[in-house]
Design a protein around this ligand. Structure first.
Ligand SMILES: NC(=O)c1ccc[n+]([C@@H]2O[C@H](COP(=O)([O-])OP(=O)(O)OC[C@H]3O[C@@H](n4cnc5c(N)ncnc54)[C@H](OP(=O)(O)O)[C@@H]3O)[C@@H](O)[C@H]2O)c1
Length: 83
């Protein structure tokens, strides 16, 4: 099985990586490889490899700043998962 894990460096993502059996292949691109604030890149990545499953553990979690960074919060938490 081929899994694309988004947010592999976060609390949830790190735990998922720890729990993943060795036979399962997991690609966990970091923010430097895929910035979810620029969702156009997501489709290209998903189409570049035959992933069986996409796990989205990435999120804009700076809730105190979300109202000031409204567009960024929506891009990461709404538009990116939609893509
Ligand atoms: N922690 C929990 O106990 C828990 C429980 C249930 C549900 N959840 C949900 O799981 C999700 C993640 O929570 P968390 O606690 O793991 O949060 P977190 O520790 O803040 O991790 C957020 C992850 O999202 C990535 N990310 C943020 N902005 C990004 C961007 N623009 N491009 C690419 N990656 C980006 C971060 O990458 P960087 O490392 O580069 O910042 C990090 O890997 C949230 O939706 C949360 O509600 C969490």
């Amino acid at each position: 099985m081929n899994i694309l894990l988004l947010g592999g460096s976060g609390q949830l993502g790190r735990e998922i990586l720890l729990q993943t059996p060795p036979r399962v292949r997991v690609a966990a691109p970091g923010r430097d490889e895929l910035d979810l604030a620029a969702p156009d890149a997501i489709e290209a990545l998903i189409e570049s490899q035959p992933f069986d499953v996409v796990i989205n553990a990435a999120a804009y979690t700076a809730v105190d700043r979300a109202e000031e960074e409204r567009d960024r919060a929506f891009a990461i938490n709404a538009e990116a998962p939609r893509r």
